[in-house]
Design a protein around this ligand. Structure first.
Ligand code: HEC
Length: 366
């Protein structure tokens, strides 16, 4: 028996509650400073959604799996495949939970698993039809602990991108790929959220969710922020700008940023620290009013950046009051330890360029 993932322990009510986005009710005191801790559920955000396939589909997939795949693979650790060549697909390093590279999950959504199926079965990829591969995939989802639901999985690659799987060992999805639960939004310069302030809190139509991405239209400056606060954590996400550009890539005029400290919810806060997302300054940490001591390596930034309009991998590790910011796996900025003394919400500066953000996940260390 493999360990049951936490999604199986969810109640039906919790699954339903996860279905719609909730706007944050910012906890601000009269002085405008946030209340000590954001009240909220134990989970950062809703876990992967109600089943992506039906029981009947997985049953069909089981038959196909045994016929087409079981020479080389098994799903029961006690029953090895006929030839121990492809290994076990539901436990160990080939399971959905553990398949990873550099601390990132290799199958963040059904899409990546589906695309992996194109290279199977290894002896002849045309031996099994796409339809049968799809059914086998649902059987493997089931064997990996993802429960069935009311609708069959169909071959729709964009929809599959929004079907999030495991966030990786120790990680939770901060954005679940389906809705904006767990997030607050604010627009209006120098404004705190309504009703206390002048800030607009409805994310639509500036921020929507599509194909597993938080899609930012880029029409006006907006701040997205987490309902919860964090102190020691690893934050990972992928971000991509979408802007027509066939010019010098160094001069790509786009902007974003992750706020790792917000003294209050305002656009902009009284005191904040921003891991910059301006193209020419990616991962440079600014901390007005806080003056955290930090280092920034612009040579590494230039080497790390992928092209304009490509996905960039961003990782921020907060530990012992210090912080490290990585771009595409390379360390760009470091805040010396012992300087960050309180937990904070995380904020996303959404600037006037179409921006796509996905796979936002967090590993909380305390
Ligand atoms: C001839 C033997 C063989 C057959 C038959 C076969 N596979 Fe594989 N499969 C492999 C091998 C070997 C690997 C590992 C390759 C690698 O590490 O890149 C693999 C890897 C995989 C993976 C990736 C696991 C990971 O580590 O992330 C999946 C998923 C998979 N196979 C599914 C299937 C399915 C579904 C079928 C049946 C339709 C199938 N395979 C049939 C040999 C086989």
């Amino acid at each position: 028996m493999h360990a049951l993932p936490r999604i199986l322990t969810m109640t039906a009510a919790a699954v339903l509650a996860a279905g719609g986005w909730m706007l944050a009710q910012p906890q601000t005191s009269a002085s405008g400073t946030p209340a000590a801790a954001a009240a909220g559920p134990a989970k950062v955000s809703a876990p992967p959604g109600p089943g992506y396939y039906t029981e009947a589909q997985a049953a069909r997939g089981k038959v196909k799996f045994e016929k087409e795949c079981s020479d080389c693979h098994s799903v029961d650790p006690k029953k090895p495949p006929r030839v121990s060549y492809g290994g076990n697909l539901s436990s160990g390093f080939r399971s959905l939970k553990e398949a990873r590279y550099n601390n990132h999950s290799r199958y963040p959504s059904v899409y990546y698993y589906w695309r992996r199926m194109e290279s199977e079965p290894g002896d002849n990829i045309d031996r099994v039809s796409p339809k049968d591969k799809l059914d086998v995939l649902t059987y493997l989802l089931k064997e990996n602990g993802f429960p069935p639901g009311p609708k069959e999985l169909v071959i729709d690659e964009n929809a599959m991108k929004g079907m999030y799987l495991d966030a990786g060992p120790g990680f939770e999805w901060l954005f679940n790929g389906r809705d904006l639960s767990g997030w607050g939004f604010l627009a209006g310069h120098n404004c705190e959220p309504k009703p206390q302030g002048c800030g607009e809190t409805n994310p639509y139509p500036e921020v929507t969710v599509k194909n597993g991405e938080m899609l930012v239209a880029g029409k006006h400056h907006t701040l997205a922020y987490t309902e919860r606060k964090f102190k020691n954590y690893t934050l990972q996400l992928e971000q991509r700008f979408n802007k027509r550009w066939d010019d010098n890539p160094d001069l790509f005029p786009v902007n974003a940023g992750v706020m790792v400290f917000m003294s209050n919810i305002r656009h902009w806060p009284d005191k904040y620290a921003l891991v910059d997302g301006r193209w020419y300054d990616f991962m440079h940490i600014q901390s007005p009013g806080l003056n955290w001591k930090n280092t920034y390596d612009d040579d590494v930034r230039r080497r790390a950046l992928r092209g304009p309009n490509e996905w960039q991998d961003i990782e921020i590790v907060a530990k012992n009051g210090g912080l490290k910011a990585y771009l595409n796996g390379l360390l760009i900025s470091t805040v010396e330890e012992g300087q960050i003394t309180e937990p904070s919400r995380l904020g996303f500066q959404l600037q006037v360029v179409e921006t796509h953000i996905r796979h936002i996940r967090i590993k909380v260390d305390d």
